[in-house]
Design a binder for this molecule. Structure first.
Ligand SMILES: CC(C)=CCC/C(C)=C/CC/C(C)=C/CC/C(C)=C/COP(=O)(O)OP(=O)(O)O
Ligand SMILES: Cc1cc(O)c2ccccc2c1O
Length: 348
């Protein structure tokens, strides 16, 4: 009875949507189907199809797909740089690279879900309630994470055969990304000792951009590290808004984040810096090099309401809204690079 209750609660949760993801009214597509084995068989089949879809929806929501812009934009940026500065881009390598980074990011999110739950950091009002609300079992999250890490390794192997990048360089960056994604909350738990921001700045910025650039061109270069700076700052704004929102509950759970260390006023200052410094950099690039670098400035009207919302300390959905800004800013940045006249972009 209790189990049924739990299941129905979890079903309602998935249907209604969690963490602000819009829910879906699942339709089995079997409702008008007259089954030769009778109505009982038909309804059992519909029920199984329904359960499978619900489970799939739960797995997808557990990945927190709203955050995927953070790993897709650096991949696009690295490839755009390779295209512009080296004159070519391999679409198959681009796709495999995007899947590799995405699955390692997704696995990192699951590791985060698992450890935050086991350490009692996630609670009923948390953004991530996959385990708190028993939508999935901890074992499901562990298995799914392991599956994603394996898929990531498979994709990295595929990249080795597709790209001319040396094995030791590919392995260095790939396993750097993989271990950061695990150690963010797993093992020593860098997030719990105020090092999460550094991990995010490095992995979603220089590391992912360099990885995507290197598999395209076949060598390591310092240039992508510089181009990654505006995007990395904006991505860190997502995490910083997340940590500022969770400040009180994180303090209660006994963990330390940068937001806790600097307090709410400085957190507001830092959020503004992370939000607006990239626009200053785009202005400099646009005036000194090429006007196409002004394209990301089109997202400025999205940044001001975020500043206002943060100032009023109403943090609901700020990380998700900052992630939306991150996606658009990243896309405009990539278009700006692609549209730049030949030879106009700064090189080292
Ligand atoms: C270069 C290669 C191959 C891969 C890089 C792939 C990346 C970007 C990996 C980074 C993965 C990573 C560090 C994931 C952590 C994600 C994260 C910031 C989760 C948010 O955690 P919390 O701060 O606990 O937020 P919640 O409160 O919402 O749970
Ligand atoms: C779930 C989640 C939450 C975040 O706040 C993130 C911030 C930056 C990059 C990735 C993030 C993420 O995957």
């Amino acid at each position: 009875m209790a189990k049924e209750l739990k299941q129905s609660r979890a079903e309602t949760f998935v249907l209604a949507g969690s963490n602000g993801h819009n829910g879906q009214q699942w339709q089995t597509g079997l409702s008008n189907f007259s089954h030769p084995l009778g109505p009982d068989h038909k309804s059992r089949m519909s029920r199984v199809a329904f359960d499978v879809r619900q489970k799939c929806a739960a797995y997808v929501l557990a990945l927190r797909p709203w955050s995927f812009s953070a790993s897709l934009t650096p991949v696009a940026l690295g490839s755009a740089l390779a295209y512009k500065l080296e004159g070519s881009v391999d679409l198959v390598i681009l796709m495999v690279c995007a899947v590799t980074v995405l699955v390692v990011h997704g696995a990192g999110n699951l590791v985060n879900t698992y450890y935050d739950f086991s350490k009692g950091i996630d609670h009923k009002k948390s953004d991530d309630r996959t385990l708190v609300d028993e939508i999935l079992a901890p074992q499901d999250v562990v298995m799914f994470g392991a599956l994603l890490y394996s898929l990531g390794c498979l994709c990295a192997t595929l990249l080795y055969f597709l790209s001319t990048l040396r094995l030791e360089h590919l392995a260095l960056i790939y396993f750097g990304g993989l271990s950061s994604s695990f150690l963010y909350t797993g093992g020593i738990g860098l997030k719990y000792v105020a090092l999460g921001d550094v991990v995010i700045l490095i992995t979603f910025g220089p590391l992912a951009v360099m990885f995507s650039h290197a598999v395209q061109v076949g060598y390591l270069s310092a240039l992508p590290l510089v181009y990654a700076i505006p995007l990395a700052l904006n991505t860190e704004a997502i995490l910083h808004s997340n940590n500022t929102r969770d400040m009180d509950s994180d303090k209660q759970a006994g963990i330390v984040t940068l937001a806790i260390l600097i307090g709410s006023t400085l957190s507001y200052v830092l959020y503004n810096l992370l939000l607006f410094v990239p626009y200053v950099l785009f202005c400099i690039l646009a005036t000194r090099y090429t006007i196409s670098m002004a394209l990301p400035l089109l997202t400025l009207p999205m940044a001001f309401p975020l500043e206002k919302q943060f100032r009023s300390r109403c943090y609901a959905k700020i990380p998700q809204k900052t992630a939306k800004l991150n996606l658009l800013m990243g896309l405009f940045y990539v278009f700006g690079i692609i549209l730049a006249p030949p030879g106009s972009l700064p090189t080292l």
